[in-house]
Design a protein around this ligand. Structure first.
Ligand code: HEM
Length: 520
């Protein structure tokens, strides 16, 4: 056989490399990717830009305006990311490509917390998850269930007002009162009991209280976790967050385990005979659909509760806080709302959920609060389960999508005087928060939109209406509306206010057994 001389081999290799280079170049020029801002570094990509930003949604908003790009592409370590900054870009991702973007990226915290990187709607091939998804859409988050819990919510709102009444004359932190309100409502829907009435041995220990565990969980979701951007670092856990998450799961687990097991035994011995089945009843029913083979494991049920508590408590509480803060910063709007409540409800009874549809200005105040202060400003990240096209750009599989709902809410091309708190802009307009209007997406949209949005909206509306109807408010500590950021969007300093009652005291105390003050 003839041996090739070294020069021929060298020329062949160079020709092959040139060919490969040309093929790659041709492929990448065919794949039209969204524009990417300058500043990308080797290995870390644009990570240094976003990590250095105090408010990532503000940074991304400024970036998209500077480059006039409704859809930006960033490289955050190993993660390829697109950021949607206009209603049209959000629609392309959440509506046109809803099914493809229904996945979530595999993040470390949920993996260590629930034993699954995603919860509720992922893992479509897994029968447990199919069942969960079906349960959510046919049982847990339906209008009928929301209605069944209406009297319970009325009791909790009254109790919330009583706890404020008990503090008249002293400054109160609105955030913690609102967290107790939403926490009690969520807890009674989930387990039929208030936070303080959960007779759980583990919960009795201060470090095992549900509200504290939730706060820790939310903090872990808010940190910048290197492992999410460089998968090869996951095992090293350089920042220790994975270790902290596993330790938190160890404390959370016995609380939920005890609640579930107690109910399981009560159901078997027919001790538990609640008229309105709570979420735990509905989930346990599904564990015994087939003799001997539970359809849902306890682990699945625990994961659902962590999601529901994580999704429902702070989101509603922070929105209530933002709404009261805006009304205090804008006394004319506060007066207009007081006037509406006076005309529609009067002063002889407390406002009720059945009044909400007759209070257009209240609805506008809540929408305006959610436009300016969406508490999940970039939504929870979505991920493309396969390659697709968005606004004419090629998006590779596994790309993570951030929807900058905060930026969309302040976009001057969409809103007139966007920085002004002006509820009037919604009066007589069709724009709603139900995920169908892409200029206002506080609950997201599509398959991964918030399943608890109707409950969240009602909690915020009734709480704001009750606070404004029942009390006169005064700012006790200088109002600070500057924002701080994690996954949830809060004001840097909690709102400290002082209340004086406007309504006769007997109205607050009509329901004696619920006058329990603030729990926990
Ligand atoms: C004002 C109150 C609330 C706000 C602003 C809010 C907002 C959101 C947002 C923006 C998302 C992510 C949507 C996306 O990524 O596209 C979400 C997801 C979620 N929310 Fe809510 N939410 C609220 C109340 C609730 C309530 C009351 C519950 C439970 C009863 C709840 C349960 C959930 C769950 C389980 C998810 C995850 C859904 C999934 O990944 O498929 N939320 N919420």
């Amino acid at each position: 056989m003839e041996v090739l001389d070294p020069a021929t081999i060298a020329v062949s290799i160079i020709a092959l490399l040139i060919l490969l280079f040309c093929i790659t170049l041709a492929r990448s020029s065919r794949a039209r990717l969204p524009p990417s801002p300058p500043g990308r570094l080797p290995i870390i990509g644009h990570l240094h830009l976003i990590v250095g930003a105090k408010l990532p949604h503000l940074f991304l908003y400024n970036l998209s305006r500077k480059h006039s790009c409704p859809l930006l592409r960033l490289q955050l370590g190993q993660q390829s990311v697109i950021v949607a900054s206009t209603p049209a870009a959000a629609r392309h991702i959440l509506q046109t490509n809803d099914l493809i973007f229904a996945a979530r990226p595999p993040l470390s915290v949920p993996r260590h917390l629930h034993g699954c990187a995603d919860i509720l709607f992922a893992c479509p091939s897994d029968p447990h998850w199919k069942l969960l998804r079906q349960l959510c859409s046919s049982q847990l988050f339906i209008k009928k269930r929301l209605e069944a819990f209406r009297p319970m919510r009325a009791q909790e709102v009254r109790s919330f007002l009583c706890s404020i009444l008990a503090s008249v004359g002293t400054p109160i932190t609105m955030r913690s009162h609102a967290q107790t309100l939403s926490g009690n409502i969520m807890c009674r829907m989930a387990f039929g009991k208030r936070l303080s009435d959960l007779a759980v041995t583990a919960q009795a220990r201060p470090s095992h209280r549900i509200l504290d565990l939730m706060a820790e969980m939310n903090n872990l979701f808010m940190v910048f976790n290197l492992s999410d951007h460089f998968r090869f670092l996951q095992k090293l856990d350089l920042q220790g967050f994975d270790r902290q998450t596993r330790a938190l799961a160890k404390r959370f687990d016995p609380v939920l385990q005890e609640i579930i097991e107690t109910r399981y035994h009560e159901r078997r011995s027919h001790i538990h005979t609640e008229m309105t089945p709570d979420f735990l009843d509905l989930l346990l029913q599904s564990t015994s659909l087939q003799e001997g083979t539970p359809q849902l494991s306890y682990q699945n049920i625990k994961a659902v509760f962590m999601n529901i508590f994580g999704g429902g408590i702070d989101t509603a509480a922070l929105t209530i806080e933002w709404a009261l803060g805006e009304l205090l910063a804008n006394p004319a709007k506060m007066m207009k709302l007081q006037l509406e409540l006076g005309q529609v409800v009067g002063m002889a009874r407390l406002v009720e959920e059945s009044d909400l549809s007759s209070l257009p200005y209240l609805q506008a105040v809540v929408k305006e609060t959610m436009r300016l202060h969406p508490v999940v400003p970039l939504l929870v990240p979505h991920a493309a389960s396969k390659a697709c096209e968005v606004m004419g750009y090629q998006i590779p599989a596994d790309t993570v999508a951030y929807i900058n709902v905060w930026g969309i809410g302040r976009d001057p091309d969409t809103w007139e005087s966007p920085l002004e708190f002006c509820p009037e802009r919604f009066l007589g307009k069709e724009i709603d928060v139900n995920g169908k209007h892409f200029e206002l997406l506080p609950f997201g949209s599509g398959r991964r939109g918030c399943p608890g949005w109707m409950l969240g909206l009602v909690m915020v509306q009734i709480a704001v209406a009750s606070l404004v109807q029942a009390f006169e408010w005064r700012i006790a500590k200088e109002l600070d509306m500057t924002a701080s950021y994690g996954l949830l969007f809060t004001s840097s300093n909690p709102l400290i206010v002082q209340a004086s009652p406007k309504l006769p005291v007997h109205l607050f105390q009509a329901n004696k057994e619920t006058v329990a003050g603030v729990d926990q």
